[in-house]
Design a protein around this ligand. Structure first.
Ligand SMILES: Nc1ncnc2c1ncn2[C@@H]1O[C@H](COP(=O)(O)OP(=O)(O)OP(=O)(O)O)[C@@H](O)[C@H]1O
Ligand SMILES: Nc1ccn([C@@H]2O[C@H](COP(=O)(O)O)[C@@H](O)[C@H]2O)c(=O)n1
Length: 670
């Protein structure tokens, strides 16, 4: 499984130029393709969902050419400029198979457009798209004469579309008004958007929404985009829309606004981790409903300011976010970002009217409840609400599943403000924001790490623990985890070379570290894991790749504020590759054997020097010679040979080096 491990974030600030809005990008692409004349689209989103729309339009015979400019920079997300040759109301290709991935903003509007335009098409998507309902849209289109068949499950994609039945036939009949069409508005507002965008291709018509209309702001984006392409839809009361006859006309050039939903993650980051974080590309004039996310942030106490084309957020003056109780109907996508924020708030938060989350990329209500609980939050999952009680003892490190849902991945990056988190399948952000994690990393300042590696008994544990104590930082004895694995395997009767069984033991270790004590399944084992037999067992289980993989996040989870000193064999090369300071501590094998001998004697454990030296050499050879994460001096590590220097001097040397590279301790009297 692919993953990204996010270290705990100590603070965040900076500027990000947002990717183009997904909702606007796909609407503008479709209307530009349908319009008379060419349209130049600037700052188009580059993502899986826009790729699906571009692919489909090209398959349908639309000429789309890339234009120069709009590449990404450090602060700006990659964007695309294109010229779209409009087809003037009818695609040239009248028969095609279109694969639309999991892009609702492509699937729903293309269904409506192709069903009313005439022609034979098959529309398919990902397995998840085939679980997302489309029956309400199909029912509405059938009222206008559309011929649509379900190819698998009634009410769901994939679909087969045939030419629309029109009375009398001929071109003029096909351009007759669709009359009055009724559509439900309480499952997805995209059904209404799709109908509105398709109706100008025939003789217009009136769409009446039955029941509640959710996510109204997305309808506003549709209406604004249609108006930009020359079609003004009139409202009839609060629930009907009159679409005039006549096709789309190109406005010439269209700029795509930055994505307001994507903005929510960065604004939330500023509110949580100090800030200010500024997003550019949306502002107070935005057409997107999700800019109202800033109202929720403000209600939670964040300091928010808006300009014409930017928004900025910083933490509350008190430093603590307030809990919130909110009807989220107006901000269905950005509302998801409130869920991880609620984990940090003072008190219980309730997010209401979010039933539509259940039919998105995944059942977001259920997924959110499961994953928030991993952080230690207490979560009540209602049919259309979430009630979130923050953990009493702080956010816990957690491995987060993302359900092939870009918003789950982006939301849970925010949990790293409280603890290290692993985000599984981070590539799912490509749906709307391929460069998300690069920008997130650029804006965040993370817990500093001092990584100390070296061979057995070189003194790295002693030095690391003293450096950590002096700085008031956390300490990780990574070797202890391999020793615990070897001990637990031995106790379970599992051979040290039985990789799957040992890896399962490593993944499930029930261990508690406290000052001078290590408890395995409740039993004190500090002395037991230091036995020479277990030292050897530790280095045997340590050669197994899946054991190392199973212990990786457990080690990274030690990296908590204000800092971490970690000792082992692969701290610098694998576990903490971004460590602020890397040290390779060594000593001659004779000096190390003698130290270990004295150490064991002092503990009253019988030992002989020569066998100890041989055993140590064997262990070092195994550690150096293994194929995965072998013991070696990292290219960026400073060498410290302690053969002839006492412990105090070694500790002082590491502290000097640390002061030179870690800003937070540079001036501290350590
Ligand atoms: N510079 C030094 N001079 C003398 N003795 C030292 C020095 N550094 C460490 N020691 C002693 O050597 C012994 C082994 O040190 P320590 O346990 O820190 O080594 P280690 O590298 O962490 O070993 P392992 O990898 O086997 O856990 C301890 O008794 C420690 O006090
Ligand atoms: N990062 C690490 C740490 C340890 N190991 C293996 O565990 C053995 C015991 O480690 P100690 O530091 O407690 O002596 C060691 O010999 C290594 O085989 C490791 O692989 N990676």
């Amino acid at each position: 499984m692919d993953f990204i491990d996010l270290p705990q974030c100590l603070g965040a600030g900076g500027v990000v130029r947002l990717p183009g809005s997904k909702s606007i990008s796909n609407r503008v692409l479709l209307l530009a393709a349908l319009a008379e004349d060419e349209t130049e689209i600037r700052d188009l989103l580059v993502s899986d969902d826009t790729e699906r729309m571009l692919d489909a339009l090209r398959t349908l015979g639309v000429n789309i050419q890339p234009l120069p400019g709009a590449a990404g920079t450090d602060e700006a997300c990659t964007a695309l400029n294109v010229r779209v040759g409009g087809v003037g109301g009818a695609f040239a290709v009248r028969e095609a198979d279109l694969f639309l991935g999991n892009a609702g903003t492509a699937f729903r509007p293309l269904t409506a457009v192709l069903a009313l335009m005439g022609g034979c098409y098959r529309l398919t998507g990902t397995p998840r798209m085939h679980e997302r309902p489309i029956g309400d849209l199909v029912d509405a289109l059938r009222q206008a004469g559309a011929d649509i068949r379900y190819l698998a499950t009634e009410g769901y994609p994939p679909l087969a579309i045939g030419p629309r039945a029109v009375s009398g036939g001929g071109e003029s009949a096909r351009k007759e008004s669709a009359g009055r069409i009724r559509v439900r508005g309480d499952v997805s507002s995209q059904f209404l958007s799709a109908l509105l965008m398709a109706l100008p291709l025939i003789g217009g018509g009136t769409v009446e929404v039955v029941g509640e209309l959710i996510s109204r702001p997305y309808i506003n984006i549709t209406l604004a985009t249609m108006a930009r392409f020359g079609v003004d839809v009139r409202a009839e009361g609060v629930s009907a829309f009159i679409v005039p006859a006549g096709g789309y006309r190109s406005p010439g050039v269209v700029h795509v606004e930055g994505d307001a939903s994507a903005a929510s993650y960065f604004l939330a980051l500023g509110a949580l981790a100090g800030g200010p974080v500024r997003v550019e590309g949306v502002g107070r004039q935005s057409v997107q409903g999700d800019v109202r996310f800033v109202e929720a942030l403000t209600a939670m106490g964040a300091r928010v300011s808006l300009g014409e084309n930017w928004i900025e957020a910083a933490a509350p003056v008190s430093g603590r976010l307030a809990a919130i109780d909110l009807d989220c109907n107006a901000i269905p996508d950005a509302a998801m970002t409130l869920a991880p924020l609620a984990v940090f708030a003072d008190g219980v938060s309730t997010l209401r009217n979010i039933g539509s989350w259940r039919v998105k990329e995944t059942d977001r209500l259920a997924a959110m409840a499961v994953e928030l609980a991993k952080l230690g939050a207490c979560v009540e999952e209602g049919a259309d609400f979430l009630r979130i009680t923050p953990p009493t003892d702080g956010v816990r490190p957690a491995m987060i599943d993302t359900y092939d849902d870009h918003r789950m991945a982006m939301c849970f990056s925010l949990a790293s403000v409280g603890a290290p988190v692993r985000i599984n399948d981070p590539g799912c952000v490509a749906k709307t924001f391929p460069e998300y994690f690069q920008h997130f990393a650029r804006l965040t300042r993370v817990v500093p790490v001092i990584a100390i590696d070296g061979p057995s008994a070189s003194g790295k544990g002693t030095v690391a623990a003293r450096v950590a104590a002096t700085l008031g930082w956390n300490y990780l004895d990574s070797g202890a985890l391999y020793r615990l694995t070897a001990l637990a395997a031995q106790r379970a009767g599992v051979a040290w070379d039985d990789e799957p069984a040992v890896a399962a033991i490593a993944a499930g270790l029930d261990v508690v570290f406290a000052e001078g004590s290590i408890r395995l399944a409740g039993e004190e084992v500090e002395d037991a894991i230091r036995q020479e037999e277990i030292s050897s067992g530790a280095s045997q289980v340590a050669v197994l790749p899946s054991v190392r993989a199973a212990l990786l996040f457990r080690q990274r989870a030690f990296c908590r504020a204000p800092g971490l000193v970690a000792d082992g064999r692969d701290m610098a090369s694998v576990v903490f590759t971004d460590a602020a300071l890397k040290v390779f501590l060594t000593a001659s094998v004779e000096a190390r054997a003698e130290r270990r001998y004295k150490q064991l004697m002092a503990k009253g454990i019988a030992a002989r020097l020569q066998p100890l030296l041989l055993e140590m050499q064997q262990r070092d050879d195994r550690d150096r010679g293994r194929s995965v994460a072998p013991l070696q001096q990292d290219a960026n590590a400073s060498l410290l040979d302690t053969t002839d220097i006492p412990i105090d001097v070694a500790v002082a040397r590491v502290l000097d080096w640390a002061r030179a590279v870690v800003p937070d301790i540079a001036g501290a009297a350590v």
